[in-house]
Design a protein around this ligand. Structure first.
Ligand SMILES: [Zn+2]
Length: 501
């Protein structure tokens, strides 16, 4: 029997606000869409937490035997500043400031994003479509919404008519926002505005003469609104109704609310049966934000160069730290909390190393009490993960298991008190939940000595090359190391240090 039949998943559905039993659209399959990054600036730790949440979700479904199709997009056009319908495109702005082509920004930031997620041992999605790769489909759905009387064109731009939609459907179904209140708050429309109502949102925007990213459409040259890409890419790859739609809590409104309105308006179906939202990361109790100066880049965290840290922490320690909280709770990030996480994680990893070496001796003086206790721990792992992916409680069970493992290792508990089948199941469960379900691997500390040695050899070679005025070679060594995440720093006296990103 498949594991998923034995351990049905319950998950908190933002659409109903209730914890519900998961029922897939297709038996044994999970279709999940997660809003990916807008690739205009380096991924910070708050984003890492969101993607970690859905890494865990996809891992657990896969572990239970589901066939998973996980789609996560790349937003490379249409996301305007302040998440609004006016202002500059975030990517175009970055490109202008750095004097790059927008697609150069997109490539550079996307590669950095993938690199960081790999460092955190996240499994890539099955499909990673980009907004610019789906312009044709976006134009098609906008045409459909106009035909359905739910969108209107003004001056080369097209807007979604929220009030019209709300006559037959419910705008606010996900976020709980009330139309009347939204209509009252903020500034009023003036004669300059193209929208019929202030809560209408852009599906397609006319490009100004200076706008670089532009495509031909039935309404003239322009570019898509931010929300429409996700409606198109989720339903294209997963069907008009799919299982799970995920994203950060900050996307619930307006982004996800608009996605629902677009999909229901076009297809007359709810796009996703379950909506999952991952909560925020705070720093010493404050929301993480660039303007407060408390946002962290993963590289600063690993190197320990951020002002709020007294040392660097490895990506697995940080992964463990984040999993100590349930995805729906806020998580506070502090030096002390990381310090404690480092110790806790070591305990689990030591037990992992130990149990891999333990083999059941075969002989038997069975003690039912010990055997039953181990069986309960095994069950608890599945029960906690199946209960809304509760990684915090699962880790608590793994700590109990690690104490047992230490007893086996020290001889406090003799293995021949346990029946062989239960021991092997216990061993396999501990290893699988650590490595496959939670994705926690040993930090690669043991290689540090070797790595340092090799880098120092290269630094010496580069010095020699510079002395010989072979700058092509010295630059190549520097650039190749940088690609691998090792940044060389030229000192005043010619000595060179390095930072591993
Ligand atoms: Zn989205």
């Amino acid at each position: 029997m498949e594991l998923y039949k034995k351990y049905p998943i319950h998950l908190t559905n933002s659409l109903s606000g209730e914890k519900e039993l998961f029922k897939p659209v297709n038996e044994g399959h999970l279709g999940m869409y997660v809003c990916g990054p807008t690739v205009y600036s380096d991924v910070h730790l708050g984003n890492v937490r969101t993607f970690l949440t859905f890494d865990i979700v996809s891992r657990y479904y896969r572990f239970l035997g589901y066939k998973v199709r996980y789609v996560r997009n790349i937003t490379d056009v249409g996301h305007l500043e302040n998440d609004a319908d006016e202002g500059e495109d975030k990517i175009a702005k970055k490109a202008r400031l750095e004097q790059l082509e927008p697609m150069e920004v997109v490539k550079k930031i996307t590669e950095g994003f993938h690199h960081v997620l790999r460092q955190f041992n996240m499994i890539p999605p099955s499909i990673e479509p980009s907004a610019t790769g789906h312009i044709v489909e976006q134009i098609e759905i906008v045409k459909k919404l106009i035909q359905h009387g739910l969108a209107y064109e003004v001056n080369g731009s097209v807007y979604f008519d929220v009030l019209k939609y709300n006559e037959h459907h419910h705008y606010g179904i996900l976020s709980g926002r009330v139309i009347e209140e939204l209509m009252e708050s903020g500034r009023k429309l003036d004669s300059q505005d193209e929208k019929r109502n202030k809560i209408d949102f852009a599906l397609w925007k006319k490009a100004s003469p200076y706008h670089i990213m532009r495509w031909i459409s039935p309404w003239g040259e322009g570019f898509p609104g931010w929300h429409i890409e996700c409606t198109v890419m989720s339903t294209k790859y997963l069907g008009e109704t799919f299982d799970v739609h995920g994203g950060g809590m900050d996307l619930k409104f307006p982004h996800h609310e608009c996605e629902i309105a677009q999909a229901v308006g076009a297809n007359n179906k709810q796009p996703a049966n379950y909506w999952l939202h991952s909560n925020m990361l705070t720093v010493n109790g404050q929301k993480m934000s660039k303007s407060l100066g408390n946002s962290f880049l993963p590289s600063e965290l690993f190197a320990g160069t951020h002002a709020l840290l007294d040392k660097g922490y490895g990506p697995m320690t940080v992964r463990f730290f984040m999993l100590q909280s349930h995805y729906s709770s806020t998580l506070d990030f502090s030096n002390e909390a990381l310090h404690a996480a480092e110790k806790g994680f070591k305990r689990l990893v030591n037990a992992l190393t130990a149990i891999k070496k333990l083999e059941h001796p075969g002989s038997n003086q069975e003690n039912n009490e010990v055997t039953e206790a181990l069986k309960r721990l095994i069950e608890a792992c599945y029960e906690n993960m199946s209960d809304d992916f509760n990684t915090a409680k699962t880790l608590a069970v793994l700590f109990e298991m690690s104490a047992r493992i230490n007893d086996f290792k020290s001889g406090n508990t003799s293995l021949n008190q346990i029946d062989a089948e239960t021991f092997n199941h216990f061993k396999q469960t501990y290893i699988s939940f650590m490595e496959d379900v939670l994705g926690l691997l040993e930090e690669e500390e043991h290689n540090t000595g070797l790595l340092n040695g090799v880098i120092n050899v290269l630094i010496e070679l580069r010095k020699k090359a510079r002395q010989d005025k072979n700058f092509a070679l010295s630059d190549k060594i520097r650039d190749d190391l940088k690609t691998l995440g090792v940044q060389l720093m030229d000192g005043k006296d010619g000595d060179m240090g390095y930072v591993v990103e």
